[in-house]
Design a protein around this ligand. Structure first.
Ligand code: RB5
Length: 158
């Protein structure tokens, strides 16, 4: 499995720890930065990871910021991405089984490091259950197509 990882300054330390752990297990990690605690803008990193996942360059993405909220909001703007902000193990399992989430967002300032690592493990180990959930994912994809086809106010006036 190939995993794309990205973080802002609040999540870079946890990203480092997570990459060491995943690589030790033989997983391929593409690190999209940032690599320091110097302040950066989380949408820049969400975009790189989300686009890698949407384009098929990575099987899953993991994004880390202070709360995970900004990363999840930004990543979900990229068509094809289903990013889940997760702070507990049950949600880590269910976002895969029910939602086929392909990007995990973690909050380094609100989730204990050991918990965040366990969440990432479960997210990567859990398969999508399919079945009745597929109908719901199809409806999300339809919404996405609708949003992409809707002209902005400026476009509709030109
Ligand atoms: C950065 O201070 C912080 O806003 C960011 O890491 C994240 O929590 C945003 O959602």
């Amino acid at each position: 499995m190939r995993i794309a990882l990205g973080a802002d300054h609040a999540g870079s330390a946890l990203k480092r720890t997570l990459i060491q752990r995943l690589e030790a297990r033989g997983l391929l990690c593409d690190d999209f930065g940032t690599d320091s605690e110097i302040s950066v803008d989380y949408p820049d990193y969400a975009r790189r990871v989300a686009q890698a996942v949407a384009a098929g360059g990575a099987d899953r993405g993991i994004l880390i910021c202070g709360t995970g909220i900004g990363m999840a909001i930004a990543a979900n703007k990229v068509p094809g991405v289903r990013a889940a902000l997760v702070g507990d193990l049950e949600s880590a399992r269910l976002c895969r089984e029910h939602n086929d989430a392909n990007v995990l967002a973690l909050g380094a300032r609100v989730t204990a490091p050991d918990t965040a690592l366990a969440i990432a493990d479960l997210f990567l180990a859990t398969d999508y259950a399919g079945g009745r959930h597929q109908r719901r994912l199809d409806k999300i994809a339809a919404l996405e197509r609708l949003a992409c086809a809707t002209p902005t106010l400026e476009e509709s006036q030109s």
